[in-house]
Design a protein around this ligand. Structure first.
Ligand code: PAF
Length: 279
């Protein structure tokens, strides 16, 4: 039975009881509309912690586009049923006033790594993420936190945050879960029309082709230009970025001289799709 908790005070009491018994608490922060990607994180948390908290909070502070916030799918009853099946102990689903009470004035900002890519196209986004993640870590008092590699830049921002602020929590990155045709699972995928859904896997296809070309010795700039062209030719409306970067510091790479990641953000119809793969 998954217990639903909405207040930070009640959550703190529940966690304090667990911790008195020496239990290790794992947290999976989410914004709900759960899919197999989230459930894989819950399973990893279940395997690596004594007690599992999944949080669902559609965080207004990380949305730079008000329409995106309004349209973000909210499916709590369905989400709860899925979490029950994964034997999650607590669903922490606070309301906006619980997280941001009147007079809330703090902003957590991770300089540098937050600035390129998502930071450029979604100004303020990572301040919202870093602020809410800091609050969720404080509220849950978890010892382990599970994040998907799908949001690779977010994962690096959170790792940086935890290191910089000496937070007593271990951040565990879990592999991206994909549909059989390669599309990375995302809560936004339900907003694709049938035609767009058929086009969407072209993004992963272009990333795989670029990766193969770079590994085979093609200059990254040429491989990235080819990939951008392939995505636009498939029917995407825009490619915001398609970059080769150092896997951890996210510095742009002109040559493949260290562990790297290909990262892209695109627009298909009205939906923004991001993805990344190791090179
Ligand atoms: O990845 C997400 O769903 C969100 O950015 C997170 C980490 C739950 C913070 O709101």
């Amino acid at each position: 039975m998954t217990e639903v908790i909405r207040s930070a005070a009640a959550l703190r009491d529940r966690v304090a009881t667990w911790k008195r018994s020496g239990m290790l608490v794992g947290v999976v922060p989410t914004m709900g509309a759960l899919h197999d990607g989230h459930l894989s994180l819950a399973r990893a948390a279940r395997a690596q912690s004594d007690r599992v908290i999944v949080t669902i909070f559609v965080n207004p502070m990380q949305f730079n586009n008000p329409e995106d916030l309004t349209k973000y799918p909210r499916t709590e009853a369905l989400d709860l049923a899925l979490l029950e099946a994964e034997r999650v102990d607590v669903l922490f689903a606070p309301g906006p006033e619980e997280v941001y009470p009147p007079g809330f004035a703090t902003r957590v900002s991770v300089a540098g790594i937050s600035e390129p890519m998502e930071g450029t196209f979604r100004p303020g986004h990572f301040d919202g993420v870093a602020t809410v993640v800091t609050k969720l870590f404080e509220m849950t008092q978890a010892g382990r936190a599970f994040f998907g590699e799908k949001d690779w830049q977010q994962l690096q921002v959170v790792r940086h945050l935890v290191r910089d602020l000496n937070m007593p929590i271990r951040v565990i990155g879990c592999p991206t879960i994909r549909e059989p045709d390669g599309l990375a699972m995302s809560s936004r995928n339900v907003r694709l029309t049938a035609r767009e859904r058929a086009v969407a896997p072209a993004l992963h296809g272009a990333m795989q082709a670029a990766t193969a070309a770079i590994r085979a010795g093609t200059a990254p700039a040429a491989a990235l230009a080819e990939a951008r062209g392939a995505v636009l030719a498939a029917g995407f409306a825009d490619v915001e970025y398609f970059d080769l970067r150092g896997a951890e510091d996210l510095a742009p790479l002109a040559t493949l001289d260290r562990p790297a990641r290909l990262l892209a953000a695109t627009v298909l119809g009205e939906v923004r799709l991001i993805d990344n793969i190791a090179v």
